[in-house]
Design a binder for this molecule. Structure first.
Ligand SMILES: CC(C)(COP(=O)(O)OP(=O)(O)OC[C@H]1O[C@@H](n2cnc3c(N)ncnc32)[C@H](O)[C@@H]1OP(=O)(O)O)[C@@H](O)C(=O)NCCC(=O)NCCS
Length: 195
């Protein structure tokens, strides 16, 4: 692999997304990340959670080699406006929205294999989630994306910077392990309303 190839971003057409199933159990064993908890979740819990209808995991494969390059786990959630984030709550009150919480799609886990970091796959996965949230927003309503960003003492591995780049805002400072973040989907869902 030459230097240019290492810098090249992977395009969406080069990838295939499949909902996690029993057929993938062998394939996931080779998955590797500097965040071991996220490997353990994929191998030990993701499919069980899915079978219990708690979350759904999507596996991302490179079409030409059939390698598992990343996965993402999603579930419905809500963002509590009051108490937790007064600024957010105030913004909605000013618009006449007085609910304690609003519907959200939660990114429970998101992980790119070490071999494929910095190739744009994380960005493609966020676009994929926004697309799903748009569909949900038409069917039952969905106003936010929500997640707990995994913190890492090494800034190059600290997911908060990635999510900020993707347009997420801080929801609340918690501790040094996880930081809740959200994205208001209004700019991408407003034009869908009532159509
Ligand atoms: C965070 C993660 C998903 C990013 O995926 P990725 O495919 O490497 O990200 P992309 O290549 O799409 O990067 C998009 C941009 O974010 C930047 N970026 C990615 N990770 C970053 C980090 N940790 N710190 C700062 N910037 C980061 C990239 O440099 C890129 O910037 P550019 O557009 O200016 O080139 C990946 O590093 C990962 O899986 N980490 C381990 C697991 C983890 O922490 N998951 C998050 C759990 S909440």
């Amino acid at each position: 692999m030459d230097e240019l190839d290492k810098l090249r971003k992977i395009k969406a057409e080069e990838l295939r997304v499949e909902k996690f199933g029993d057929v993938h159990l062998e394939k996931i064993r080779a998955f590797c990340s500097y965040e071991p908890e996220l490997v353990d979740f994929l191998i030990e819990d993701a499919l069980n959670q899915q079978k219990r209808k708690i979350s759904v995991t999507y596996l991302w494969f490179k079409r030409d080699t059939d390698e598992l390059v990343a996965y993402i786990t999603l579930s419905p959630d809500c963002v509590k406006l009051k108490k937790i984030n007064e600024g957010l709550s105030k913004r909605f009150r000013e618009k006449g929205i007085n609910y304690k919480s609003l519907p959200a799609l939660k990114i429970g886990r998101l992980c790119v294999d070490n071999k494929f970091l910095n190739k744009g796959i994380g960005t493609l996965m966020i676009q994929f989630v926004i697309d799903i949230a748009r569909q949900i927003s038409r069917l039952v309503g969905c106003r936010f994306l929500y997640l707990d960003a995994k913190r890492n003492p090494d800034p190059k591995k600290d997911a908060i910077h990635f999510y900020k780049k993707m347009g997420f805002d801080l929801y609340k400072e918690r501790d040094n392990k996880e930081t809740p973040m959200y994205m208001d989907l209004w700019p991408v869902i407003s034009e869908l309303t009532d159509k």
